[in-house]
Design a protein around this ligand. Structure first.
Ligand SMILES: NC(=O)c1ccc[n+]([C@@H]2O[C@H](COP(=O)([O-])OP(=O)(O)OC[C@H]3O[C@@H](n4cnc5c(N)ncnc54)[C@H](OP(=O)(O)O)[C@@H]3O)[C@@H](O)[C@H]2O)c1
Length: 231
């Protein structure tokens, strides 16, 4: 059975990606920092392993044999956490480790989850620069995320065919899985419609199974008129 390796599989996006991958019949290697915290994932038939997305050797070790990798790791889970422990180079280190580790493991496809803060708003400026649209106190996290995207872009035509999927608006835990997402470009999609974690996962697995975009970043969103349908 083909395998997908999911970094950050214990998080909100990672769990949705894992569920979608299982639904499609993939084997899943869930990479977490402490496997003992994720017994329920193991119970679902997932291989839960310890790993570090910022260490190329660790990436190579856990990714061998996979047809695709997913980067859904976040070192920041909410403003209450503060920024004392945030490494501004976290996403750069992750990009470097993933590109090197996956290449040496022979894994050719990487889907990374982005952050809408570095899409461009109506004024042509990144959303994170508009305090009305993005909380200024979270800007350090957005800058760290953006540095990771820049690093992926700098990789050029390397061995790993990466794609960053950036939610065009909010990620909503309870919104439906519609199967009706669309891709946009660098701008916030009109009306800033969001999508569910489940729908993001559909986009991630579609882009592993049938890649349509390569070495670039796209926004992903569900148009407002398509949001009520369920699949
Ligand atoms: N609207 C938007 O644009 C939007 C909204 C939400 C999220 N996002 C992005 O989506 C991605 C996933 O977010 P999420 O909401 O799923 O995050 P989350 O629920 O906070 O989960 C993040 C996971 O990352 C793992 N992690 C944290 N630090 C790590 C480290 N140093 N090494 C390895 N793993 C580590 C944690 O794993 P452990 O299980 O080991 O603790 C955690 O399960 C992030 O890039 C986030 O910025 C975008």
């Amino acid at each position: 059975m083909d395998g997908i390796v999911v970094f950050g599989a214990g998080g909100r996006a990672g769990r949705a990606v894992t569920a979608e991958a299982l639904r499609r019949g993939y084997g899943v290697t869930a990479v977490v920092r402490d496997p003992e915290r994720y017994a329920e994932l193991a119970a679902e038939g997932v291989s839960v392993v310890r790993g570090d997305v910022t260490d190329a050797g660790s990436v190579r070790e856990v990714a061998g044999g996979a047809v695709g990798a997913v980067h859904a790791v976040s070192p920041f889970s909410g403003p209450e956490q503060g920024f004392a422990s945030l490494d501004p180079d976290f996403f750069v280190k992750a990009a470097d480790a993933l590109l090197a580790g996956l290449a040496s493991a022979g894994v050719r496809r990487l889907i990374a989850v982005g952050l809408f803060a570095d899409l461009l708003g109506a004024n042509g400026r990144p959303v994170m620069d508009d305090p009305a649209a993005f909380p200024p106190e979270i800007r350090p996290f957005a800058l760290a995320h953006t540095a990771g995207l820049r690093r992926l872009r700098e990789a050029g035509e390397g061995a790993v065919d990466w794609l960053m999927l950036t939610p065009g608006g909010g990620l909503e835990p309870d919104a439906p899985r519609t199967g009706r997402h669309r891709f946009g470009g660098e701008r916030v999609p009109e009306g800033a419609p969001g999508l569910s974690y489940a729908e993001l996962a559909v986009a991630v697995l579609d882009e592993i199974g049938t890649p349509s975009r390569h070495r670039t970043r796209v926004s992903v969103f569900v148009p407002r008129e398509a949001r009520v349908r369920r699949t």
